[in-house]
Design a protein around this ligand. Structure first.
Ligand code: ATP
Length: 230
């Protein structure tokens, strides 16, 4: 479904991605792990089109995305949940969800999405800014689901959450995959991300340095030492 080929991206003269190759097949959950500043967020933002590529190619279902705006990419079904949730604080939970269906998807998804996240239902008329961090993360994911994503890009969904909520968020992501959503997941919590993933990629300073089945990466001594604290 997604084919990233020798992708480069830079901030001014500073390279952030160098020759990145990455694939995601339909129905897969792929985890992308690596230290702060490795380029994970930049890669997601380049795929969704909010950060320009400076070389290489990104294909979605065989179609080259180079000339397509971020909005057009959403319309194709590439939907990103940004790092830090970025919900619209003064707007109600329900309006935040409805905005998710602005470029693609349907307001008919609303009740379905609220049913997936029971904590949001009683808060649907309250400003999103009054929600807890975990609830805001669920809202950010729910907002993306309103667009009926074909490829869901998840950036650091567990960031800043209490351990119990982290487990809940990862269980929700595993559930989305089980229902057939294709997911590219970035998370600092490499162990939890690889535990629910089919395959994984490890990035360092803008390059992919390791790739493979997630279970193999979890057993890899280099990964264990650098990212799993073993
Ligand atoms: P994190 O988990 O901290 O978000 P990351 O792996 O997602 O890390 P990126 O945020 O993609 O990494 O950053 C990759 C590199 O690009 C880093 O060296 C970072 O300092 C740099 N960078 C990121 N955003 C900008 C920006 N807006 N302007 C200049 N440099 C940037």
């Amino acid at each position: 479904m997604l084919d990233v080929v020798r992708l480069d991206s830079r901030y001014g003269r500073i390279p952030a991605l160098t020759g990145v190759d990455l694939q995601v097949a339909a129905g897969e959950l792929v985890a992308l792990v690596g230290a702060n500043g490795a380029g994970k967020t930049t890669l997601l933002r380049t795929i969704s089109g909010v950060q320009p590529a400076s070389g290489g190619a990104i294909r979605f279902d065989g179609q080259d995305l180079a000339r397509l705006s971020a909005r057009r990419r959403v319309q194709l079904g590439i939907v990103q949940v940004p790092e830090g949730r970025q919900v619209f604080g003064p707007l109600s939970v329900e309006d935040n969800l409805r905005l998710g269906a602005f470029a693609r998807g349907s307001h008919d998804m609303l009740e379905h999405v609220l049913a997936m996240f029971p904590a949001l239902e009683p808060k649907r008329r309250e400003p999103a800014g009054t929600l807890s961090g975990g609830q805001q993360q669920m809202l950010a994911i729910g907002r993306a689901l309103m667009a009926r994503p074909r490829l869901l890009l998840l950036d650091e969904p567990s960031m800043g959450l209490a351990p119990r909520l982290v487990a809940e968020i990862f269980a929700q992501i595993a559930d989305l995959k089980a229902r057939g959503t294709t997911i590219l997941l970035v998370d600092q919590n490499a162990r939890a991300a690889l535990a629910i993933a089919d395959r994984g990629y490890v990035m360092e300073t803008g390059r992919v340095v390791l790739r493979g089945p997630a279970a193999e990466l979890l057993r890899d001594p280099q990964v264990q030492q650098a990212y799993l604290g073993l």
